[in-house]
Write a protein that binds this ligand. Structure first.
Ligand code: HEC
Length: 168
C-alpha cells in the first residue's frame, strides 16, 4: 500500500502547475466568461478576439523561424540550390510580414529591412551568382544584428552556421 508521500508530492506538483499557469497568464487579457474553446458558453466576440491576439506567436518565436530560414538560405546558396533559396527568402519575408501585423511597433523597422536588406540576396539568387550571394548574406547578417542592437538585444549577433540557431 502507498504511504501518503507520493500523494503529497503529486499534490504539490499539481498545485505548482496550476498556480504557475495562473501567474503566467496574469500579464495578458483574461477572458470574462469561460474558455474560448467552448463556443456554447463563450460567445463574446471581443473576448475571443482579445484572447486570440494574446496567444499569437511573439517576436522571439517568429525570430526563431527567421533564424532557421536564415541558416537554410545560407546552405541553399552554398549548394547553389537556387529554388530552395528563393523559397526561403519568400517564407522569411512572410514571417516578417506576420510580425508586422501582430507587433505594429516593429513594422517600420521590418519594412525597411525587407526593402533594403533582402534585395541583394534576391538579386544574387536570380543571377545564380555564388560569390555575390556570399557577400549579400554577410551584409544580411550584419543588418539582422543591427536591428537586434537597435531593439536593445545586442547580445543576439547573427552569424550563419550549422547549429539550429544562428546566434553565436
Ligand atoms: C525589426 C528588427 C529585427 C530584424 C530586422 C531582425 N530581428 Fe531578429 N530579433 C529581433 C528582436 C527584437 C529579437 C528579440 C526577441 C524579443 O525581444 O522578443 C530578435 C531575436 C532573434 C533571434 C533569437 C530568437 C530566440 O528567442 O531564440 C533570432 C535567431 C533572430 N532574431 C534572427 C534574426 C535574423 C536571422 C534576422 C535577419 C534575417 C533578424 N533576426 C532580423 C528583431 C529583429
Amino acid at each position: 500500500m502507498l504511504n501518503g508521500k507520493p500523494h503529497f508530492i503529486g499534490g504539490f506538483v499539481l498545485g505548482a502547475l496550476v498556480c504557475g499557469s495562473v501567474a503566467v497568464y496574469a500579464g495578458v487579457y483574461v477572458p470574462t466568461t469561460t474558455w474560448i474553446a467552448n463556443t456554447l458558453l463563450y460567445s463574446d466576440a471581443t473576448d475571443q478576439i482579445n484572447v486570440l491576439a494574446d496567444i499569437q506567436p511573439n517576436t522571439a518565436l517568429i525570430m526563431q523561424e527567421v533564424g532557421l530560414r536564415f541558416n537554410s538560405l545560407d546552405t541553399a546558396g552554398k549548394k547553389q540550390n537556387w529554388d530552395f533559396a528563393t523559397y526561403q527568402v519568400e517564407e522569411m519575408t512572410a514571417a516578417f510580414n506576420k510580425l508586422s501585423v501582430t507587433r505594429p511597433s516593429r513594422k517600420a523597422a521590418l519594412d525597411a529591412f525587407i526593402a533594403a536588406s533582402l534585395p541583394p540576396v534576391t538579386s544574387a539568387i536570380a543571377a545564380q551568382d555564388k560569390a555575390a550571394f556570399k557577400t549579400a548574406m554577410a551584409t544580411l547578417a550584419t543588418d539582422c544584428t543591427t536591428c537586434h542592437t537597435n531593439s536593445g538585444k545586442g547580445f543576439l549577433p547573427v552569424k550563419a552556421g550549422k547549429s539550429v540557431m544562428p546566434i553565436k
